[in-house]
Structures are given as C-alpha cells and as structure tokens.
Ligand binder design. Structure first.
Ligand SMILES: Cc1cc2nc3c(=O)[nH]c(=O)nc-3n(C[C@H](O)[C@H](O)[C@H](O)COP(=O)(O)OP(=O)(O)OC[C@H]3O[C@@H](n4cnc5c(N)ncnc54)[C@H](O)[C@@H]3O)c2cc1C
Length: 306
C-alpha cells in the first residue's frame, strides 16, 4: 500500500487531528461534497433528489467505534428512526450500518442484540439492512453476527466482502451457499500484507474473480466501485452469460462519479448511492481522501486560502 494512503488512513484514527479538522469551517465545506448534511431531514431530501434521477440509496448515519453501551443504544434507536422515516416519506432507500457503532468494541452480544433490533424494524417495514465491513480485526465477528441474523430474518440483511483480503474467495463461496446478499468492494482500511494483497493489480484481479462468482451464483449482488474497468467487466460478463441487469446492482458513494451513476441508469442498470450523513464525518472523509490524493490537494489548497 503506498505510504501516502497509509498515512491518510492513520490520520483517520487520530483524535487530536479530528478535533482540529472538524472545527475548521473550510474542511466542513469540503466534507459536504461527500456527506449529505448533518441531519436526517437533509439526508431524506438528498435521497428524494437521487430517486428523482432514477437512483436508489442506502442511508448511513456516520459514526463508528462507540465505547459506551449508552451510545450504542442511541445509535440503534437512531437507525430505527431512519427506517421509520424512510417508510413514512416513501423514499427508495435501505440502510447501511457499522457494527462498531452498535457496540462491537464493547461485546459481540451487545452488537448482535442491537443489530437484531434494527433488522427487526427493517423487516416490519419490508426494508433491508446492509452491514458494512470494517477493518480485518472485525471481519469474522461481523460475519458471524450477519449470518445468525440472516438465518433468523432471511432476505432482510446483507454483508460486505472486501476483495483485498486473502480470505475473500472463501467468504464469497460461503455467502453464495448461504444465499445472503453481498456487496463487493475493494476495501478501504489500512491492512498488513499478512492479511491483504499489497498491490492494486492483485486486488483488481481478485475483484474480477469474485464479481464473476457472484454474478454466476450470488443473490442479487452489488458491485460497489467507481472503477470503470470493473464496471465494464461486470457488464460484459453478464451479457455473455445471459444474466439480466435486474439480477444485480452497481453502487457508488455520494459525491463521487455522478456522471457515471447517471450513465448506468440511462443504460438500464440498477444503481444505488451510498448516502452518509451526520456530524461524525471525519473518519469517513479521511478514507475518501486516501482513495484519491487529488482530493487531498484540494483540501490543502482551501485550508491555505482560508
Ligand atoms: C457503495 C460503497 C460502499 C462501500 N462500503 C465499504 C465497506 O463497507 N467497507 C470497505 O472497506 N469499503 C467500502 N467501500 C469503499 C471501497 O472499499 C473502496 O475503498 C472505494 O470504493 C474505492 O475503490 P474503487 O473500487 O472505487 O476503485 P479504485 O481503484 O480505488 O478507484 C477507481 C477510480 O475511481 C475513482 N475514485 C475512487 N475513489 C474515489 C474518491 N474517494 N474520490 C474521487 N474519485 C474516486 C477514481 O477516478 C479512481 O481512479 C465502499 C464503496 C462504495 C462505492
């Protein structure tokens, strides 16, 4: 992994830098390119604009690594409220959650119990919960909880698998066997070469391989990438194997490659936009900066101007 990217990802975990950046108005302005606002009202308004353009959404209340049971319960209630608001407003959106926001750093049992509460509410509304994947320290525990909930509430919960991890070919096979919905991503965290492919070439090769396996046998897989080569490969594989566009979807992040999102919609593909909102945008934003150094230069230029 290039050292600039590793450095940026280390910053994501530095509280002192977080305080400096989040209190700076210029950075906040920049964050709003990637974050749909700080309140649920703003996020619902953005979602309805996306829907009007033919895009569906997945809403993410920003926050991760909570350290108190009280905060984990508050996040659980907040997610239930989001599901209620989605139903009441009629927008086309599901939700994406992070288990460390629901208490995974405190105990597996707490996270399982809070996640079950959210999944149960989603089921009551006929909606769906995607469990985001965090760093490799959490992979197995996240999958264990997701698989338990998938067995209890089939069709209501889905997982994310990261192509950069060596283990993912096996996890893709397992997920296909279980019939759980998978979002395939390249992976956004700083991982050692003990667990993850160090080069982009290897990650891209794994992504293609796993994408083909999911197109072949997966349950409505989601290919979450802005990489036009991967998107072209998915389209081509589906076309050659007679897999219709209704059997999978593409996903992209809010604020990134809007042109490509709309082009895919025009071509008849399902496209879902990941819409993060809330006040705790710093770790999310630093991961986006690490993915594209040009974004970092933009921030530095604006900080110097400000
Ligand atoms: C909907 C969605 C959900 C995700 N959920 C997770 C998750 O749960 N866990 C996880 O680890 N990761 C998640 N990710 C992030 C993912 O792992 C990658 O870090 C991210 O998508 C960048 O990789 P890429 O596939 O777009 O390809 P890359 O090879 O990194 O980039 C391809 C091209 O896309 C463009 N691009 C990529 N990133 C950016 C950016 N930040 N700003 C501007 N342009 C960019 C650039 O033009 C680049 O050349 C998610 C991504 C998406 C789209």
């Amino acid at each position: 992994m290039p050292s600039l990217r590793r450095g940026m990802l280390a910053l994501a975990e530095t509280k002192r830098i977080e305080r400096f950046i989040t209190q700076n108005g210029v950075s906040k302005g920049f964050a709003l390119r990637f974050v749909a606002g700080e309140t649920l009202d703003e996020a619902i308004a953005v979602t309805s604009e996306l829907n009007a353009a033919g895009l569906s959404a997945t809403l993410d209340l920003l926050g991760e690594n909570v350290t108190s049971e009280e905060d984990a319960r508050a996040a659980t209630e907040a997610y239930c409220e989001i599901l209620d608001r989605i139903a009441a407003s009629g927008v086309n959106s599901n939700i994406s959650i992070k288990l460390t926001m629901l208490g995974l750093d405190i105990s597996d049992e707490l996270a399982r119990c809070n996640t079950a509460t959210v999944v149960e509410r989603a089921r009551a509304h006929g909606n769906f919960v995607r469990i985001d994947m965090e760093s490799s320290a959490y992979t197995q525990r996240t999958l264990d909880i997701a698989y338990d909930l998938h067995a209890a509430y089939p069709g209501t919960v889905g997982i994310v698998l990261q192509s950069y991890l060596y283990r993912t070919d096996r996890d893709v096979r397992d997920a296909i066997e279980r019939g759980i919905r998978v979002r395939l991503v390249k992976g956004a965290y700083a991982e050692s070469d003990m667990v993850a492919y160090p080069s982009k070439k290897e990650v891209d090769a794994a992504y293609r391989r796993q994408m083909e396996a999911l197109l072949e046998g997966g349950n409505y897989p989601a290919f979450a990438t802005h990489d036009e080569k991967m998107i072209a490969a998915a389209k081509e594989y589906a076309r050659r194997h007679g897999i219709g566009p209704e059997r999978f979807e593409f996903q992209m992040l809010y604020g990134i490659r809007r042109d490509l999102q709309l082009r895919l919609v025009r071509e008849g593909y399902n496209v879902r936009v990941y819409v993060p909102y809330g006040t705790q945008w710093y770790p999310y934003l630093t991961r986006r900066l690490a993915e594209r150094p040009a974004n970092l230069l933009f921030v530095i230029r604006n900080l110097l101007k400000g």
